[in-house]
Design a binder for this molecule. Structure first.
Ligand SMILES: [Zn+2]
Length: 147
Protein backbone atom coordinates (compact mmCIF):
# COMPACT_ATOMS: atom_id res chain seq x y z
CA UNK A 1 0.00 0.00 0.00
CA UNK A 2 1.17 3.54 -0.53
CA UNK A 3 -0.25 6.88 0.41
CA UNK A 4 0.86 10.45 0.88
CA UNK A 5 0.15 13.51 2.91
CA UNK A 6 0.63 17.11 1.92
CA UNK A 7 0.85 20.26 4.00
CA UNK A 8 -0.11 23.62 2.54
CA UNK A 9 0.76 27.15 3.58
CA UNK A 10 -1.80 29.86 4.43
CA UNK A 11 -2.44 30.52 0.72
CA UNK A 12 -3.02 26.87 -0.05
CA UNK A 13 0.30 26.35 -1.82
CA UNK A 14 2.00 23.00 -1.18
CA UNK A 15 4.55 23.50 1.60
CA UNK A 16 5.68 19.99 2.34
CA UNK A 17 4.74 16.41 1.69
CA UNK A 18 5.49 12.90 2.80
CA UNK A 19 4.85 9.63 0.97
CA UNK A 20 4.57 6.31 2.73
CA UNK A 21 4.99 2.83 1.25
CA UNK A 22 4.20 -0.15 3.38
CA UNK A 23 6.02 -3.47 3.32
CA UNK A 24 5.48 -6.59 5.34
CA UNK A 25 7.80 -5.63 8.21
CA UNK A 26 8.64 -2.03 7.38
CA UNK A 27 7.45 1.28 5.98
CA UNK A 28 9.39 3.51 3.62
CA UNK A 29 9.04 7.24 4.16
CA UNK A 30 9.85 9.69 1.39
CA UNK A 31 10.14 13.35 2.27
CA UNK A 32 12.45 16.29 1.69
CA UNK A 33 14.59 18.26 4.13
CA UNK A 34 15.50 21.69 2.74
CA UNK A 35 14.61 20.48 -0.75
CA UNK A 36 16.86 17.42 -0.47
CA UNK A 37 14.92 14.18 -0.99
CA UNK A 38 15.19 11.60 1.77
CA UNK A 39 14.07 8.00 1.56
CA UNK A 40 14.02 6.20 4.86
CA UNK A 41 13.01 2.68 5.73
CA UNK A 42 11.54 2.21 9.20
CA UNK A 43 11.26 -1.30 10.59
CA UNK A 44 7.98 -2.47 12.10
CA UNK A 45 8.07 -4.63 15.22
CA UNK A 46 5.28 -6.74 16.64
CA UNK A 47 4.26 -7.71 20.14
CA UNK A 48 1.64 -10.36 20.81
CA UNK A 49 -1.65 -9.18 22.27
CA UNK A 50 -3.21 -10.82 25.32
CA UNK A 51 -6.27 -11.92 23.41
CA UNK A 52 -4.52 -13.03 20.24
CA UNK A 53 -3.20 -11.16 17.27
CA UNK A 54 -0.31 -8.75 17.36
CA UNK A 55 0.28 -5.07 17.78
CA UNK A 56 2.62 -3.27 15.40
CA UNK A 57 5.18 -0.68 16.51
CA UNK A 58 7.70 1.50 14.75
CA UNK A 59 11.34 0.89 15.48
CA UNK A 60 12.90 4.29 16.20
CA UNK A 61 15.78 4.66 13.69
CA UNK A 62 17.90 6.36 16.37
CA UNK A 63 17.54 4.31 19.54
CA UNK A 64 15.98 1.15 18.01
CA UNK A 65 13.30 1.19 20.69
CA UNK A 66 9.70 0.14 20.02
CA UNK A 67 7.57 3.25 19.75
CA UNK A 68 3.99 4.05 18.79
CA UNK A 69 4.80 7.49 17.37
CA UNK A 70 7.63 8.91 15.32
CA UNK A 71 8.29 12.60 14.79
CA UNK A 72 9.77 14.31 11.76
CA UNK A 73 12.00 17.31 12.30
CA UNK A 74 15.40 17.31 10.62
CA UNK A 75 14.96 13.56 10.59
CA UNK A 76 12.65 10.88 11.90
CA UNK A 77 13.00 9.84 15.54
CA UNK A 78 10.98 9.11 18.66
CA UNK A 79 10.11 11.79 21.16
CA UNK A 80 12.71 10.64 23.62
CA UNK A 81 15.47 10.88 21.02
CA UNK A 82 14.46 14.44 20.13
CA UNK A 83 14.37 15.40 23.76
CA UNK A 84 17.85 13.95 24.31
CA UNK A 85 19.26 15.50 21.17
CA UNK A 86 17.94 19.00 21.62
CA UNK A 87 18.32 19.82 25.29
CA UNK A 88 17.87 23.50 26.07
CA UNK A 89 21.61 24.00 26.39
CA UNK A 90 22.44 23.08 22.79
CA UNK A 91 19.34 24.92 21.51
CA UNK A 92 20.44 27.94 23.53
CA UNK A 93 23.99 27.71 22.24
CA UNK A 94 22.90 27.43 18.61
CA UNK A 95 20.35 30.21 19.12
CA UNK A 96 22.96 32.42 20.75
CA UNK A 97 25.31 31.84 17.79
CA UNK A 98 22.59 32.77 15.28
CA UNK A 99 21.83 35.98 17.19
CA UNK A 100 25.50 36.88 17.40
CA UNK A 101 25.96 36.21 13.70
CA UNK A 102 22.96 38.44 12.91
CA UNK A 103 24.49 41.24 14.97
CA UNK A 104 27.86 41.02 13.20
CA UNK A 105 26.19 40.82 9.77
CA UNK A 106 24.06 43.88 10.57
CA UNK A 107 27.17 45.81 11.62
CA UNK A 108 28.91 44.84 8.39
CA UNK A 109 25.87 45.87 6.34
CA UNK A 110 25.16 49.18 8.01
CA UNK A 111 28.64 50.31 9.10
CA UNK A 112 29.40 52.92 6.44
CA UNK A 113 32.41 54.64 7.93
CA UNK A 114 34.30 51.50 8.80
CA UNK A 115 38.04 51.09 8.54
CA UNK A 116 39.38 48.11 6.63
CA UNK A 117 40.83 46.79 9.89
CA UNK A 118 37.42 46.91 11.58
CA UNK A 119 35.77 45.24 8.60
CA UNK A 120 38.39 42.50 8.61
CA UNK A 121 37.96 41.98 12.35
CA UNK A 122 34.17 41.67 11.91
CA UNK A 123 34.56 39.18 9.06
CA UNK A 124 36.97 37.11 11.17
CA UNK A 125 34.43 37.19 14.00
CA UNK A 126 31.69 36.11 11.59
CA UNK A 127 33.75 33.09 10.51
CA UNK A 128 34.42 32.17 14.16
CA UNK A 129 30.72 32.42 15.03
CA UNK A 130 29.74 30.31 12.02
CA UNK A 131 32.30 27.64 12.95
CA UNK A 132 31.11 27.56 16.57
CA UNK A 133 27.48 27.27 15.47
CA UNK A 134 28.33 24.46 13.08
CA UNK A 135 30.20 22.64 15.87
CA UNK A 136 27.22 23.03 18.25
CA UNK A 137 24.84 21.73 15.58
CA UNK A 138 27.07 18.75 14.78
CA UNK A 139 27.32 17.91 18.50
CA UNK A 140 23.51 17.93 18.76
CA UNK A 141 23.16 15.84 15.58
CA UNK A 142 25.74 13.35 16.88
CA UNK A 143 23.72 12.80 20.03
CA UNK A 144 20.56 12.43 17.95
CA UNK A 145 22.09 9.90 15.59
CA UNK A 146 24.08 8.11 18.29
CA UNK A 147 27.41 8.58 16.50
ZN1 LIG B 1 14.34 6.92 19.66
Amino acid sequence: MSFGWQWTDDEGNPASRIDVRTHERAVTLEYAINGKPVEQRIALLETPCNYGGARAWFECPCCRRRVALLYLSRQVACRQCFRLAYPSQSEDLIGRMWRKQGKVERRLRTGKRMTNATRKRLIDELIRVEDAREAAFIAAARRLLGW
